[in-house]
Design a binder for this molecule. Sequence first.
Ligand SMILES: [Zn+2]
Length: 249
Amino acid sequence: MIELYLILVGLAISSFLVSLSYRVPLKISMLTPPSFCPSCMRRLRAFELVPVVSYLALRGRCRTCGYSIPVRFFIVEIVTPILYLALYRVVGINPPFFIYAYLISLLLYLALVDIDTGSVSVGDIAAVYAGGLASLILSLRGLTAHGVVESLYGFGLCLGLLSLSVLILYLMKRRRTLGVGDLCILPGTALYFGLYSIIRILMFSSILGLITGVLLISLKRVDREFKFPLMPFVALGVCIEILAFYSKI
Ligand SMILES: [Zn+2]
């Protein structure tokens, strides 16, 4: 029964994340106007707002103007409930479940924003740190698998790497290629994990990012000046760590 509930909640939240990722960068309120097609501005009917099903039924296009709905929206709608289910199987229902469900949802949203706009805002980064502080409080009360000190070591490590990256990018005068602001997300993410976990996350994210980058450049889909979005790879690294290594977190 709880599985069905998690799927429904996951679908509802995925739809919210997609809408949030479109509206927040454009500074459009979440309440008004109601959902609309960004191309022909037509207000969407209720049956066009059902996550996953609507996309499939409409073959990913607007009913009137034929606007192609980005496939990444569909991927987030499918993946969110699956991740909630997997998280429940691995973690159970307890305080870490809610903390990690929050982090995963937030990173999916940030991945959409980063792909779309090429950067994330200060408010987005603050949301990562807010959850990280909540996670630290849980660790203080002994409710997480890792201790506070381990998280703080990870935070220090990421802060060091961030400073080093800023210095290197400054010396190379290539601040455009990789947003320094986006890297600020890493120390905040470290607050949710122990030291070894964040090292694994950095490793998974960099390797996956590197492989994707090399593939895209060699297939000539992007040029060398292309700014790779960081968030999808951080989201992937975090999901792999939580779902595959939870006992060592
Ligand atoms: Zn349209």
